[in-house]
Design a protein. Sequence first.
Length: 221
Amino acid sequence: MTPNKEDYLKLILELGGGDDLVSNKEIVSNSDVTPASVSEMIGKLVKEELVTHTRYQGVQLTQKGLEKASELLRRHRLWEVFLVEKLGYQWNEVHQEAEILEHATSMELEKRLDEFLDFPKACPHGAIIPKINDIIHEPTLATLANAKENETLTIARVLDEKALLDYLVFMDIQINEQYTIKEKALFDGDITIANERHTLSISHKAAQKIFVETKKTEQEM
């Protein structure tokens, strides 16, 4: 399987394609490819029985595709933890390095790396790291773009995308940090968030790729 196909499988899984349908539009908006290229690749993945495609709705990973994507993401995320914790990389610097390392990782190396890192549960971007041979089921989380004004929320996970991570480092946004939504501009405008450290205006495009957990009220608990 080519690295390009593997990257599609990983992205589909990261977007929730292990449990739900992911639209072509979502894939395009979270990658640097054209709609035509996405359609062409989906056709190839369908032929290899790695995804199923429902017309006008999207794609979902088959069991075969889910197993392959989970294996790749597990190795990728383990290397990201290693690079951050052991080599001092920043979280926006590790994606490309992990991309290279994941394809050269045997099962034995994967096991030893996991043990060396003391079996981490999540990568630096907040995504889960399953046990070896387990399937990844990313929890369904709301995005910052869908949050409501005055809601208090926690940054739980972000997509592993270099441009996004560079933006978040520039804005000084961190995983597990709590914010309150102060204002949402009309027509998909900026979202203003604030906490004790600072007040920030986040672009709607970035907010679509930031996953959050909202603070439950006493009535909801």
